[in-house]
Design a protein around this ligand. Sequence first.
Ligand SMILES: Nc1ncnc2c1ncn2[C@@H]1O[C@H](COP(=O)(O)OP(=O)(O)OP(=O)(O)O)[C@@H](O)[C@H]1O
Ligand SMILES: [Mg+2]
Length: 232
Amino acid sequence: MSTTISRRIVVIGTGTGVGKTWLSCELLRALRAQGRRVLGLKPIESGVSDEAPTDGGLLADAALGDPERARALEIAAPYRLLEPISPHLAARRSGRSINVELALTYVQDCESAPLPGGPVEVSLVETAGGLFSPLDQNATNWDFARALDPSRWLLVAPDALGVLHDLTATLLAAGARGRAPDAIALCCARPQDASTGTNAAEVERLGVARRPFVFPDDGSAGIEALLANLLE
Ligand SMILES: Nc1ncnc2c1ncn2[C@@H]1O[C@H](COP(=O)(O)OP(=O)(O)OP(=O)(O)O)[C@@H](O)[C@H]1O
Ligand SMILES: [Mg+2]
């Protein structure tokens, strides 16, 4: 099915629990506040349970602000895996395997369905875990993100000790595969440590990447600048 989407944002991470969902929801709420018709999707998710909100549910709520429509979008995701382990293993242990093409089709189908008021203008897709987390024997999130091109890749990392290594390693590996992220953001997804607040400047000074956007606390200050970058 063809898609009329004008911009697709793919949120990738240096690992799990780095702030991808938190930042995605902030971006989606900011887009909605601008009056844009947006979608937030998590096609592949492990650790899905009734006990806690899923990332897919949080993203759909932030994007749509309509619980019924959001729930329908959330539960239509093709890979809602129960075990809180790597998606490739959660899939295998439930007798399934993850097909990147099927995940891509879900995204395209969601993008093609109009929202109240008109077609989807911006879609955001959160990947599961880190950029090189395995989805199957032969595919990682890098392959899924690549299948979602043309898009803008936002790499999220924690503003915490170890991030200089993790960003360097992720960017080196992505560069070796031939596709670098378009923007980088540091989130306070870990308890603060002595490096928190210093990392963005060091990333730039060490030549690891252009200075990342930083989200030091539970607020949306700075979100407009990141959005402008992602939509340019
Ligand atoms: N800037 C921030 N301010 C406050 N809390 C934050 C911020 N960024 C992340 N967090 C918190 O850090 C925790 C982990 O973030 P989040 O769930 O977004 O990570 P994730 O990368 O989406 O994880 P997963 O790999 O499980 O999808 C959450 O409790 C989230 O609320
Ligand atoms: Mg998440």
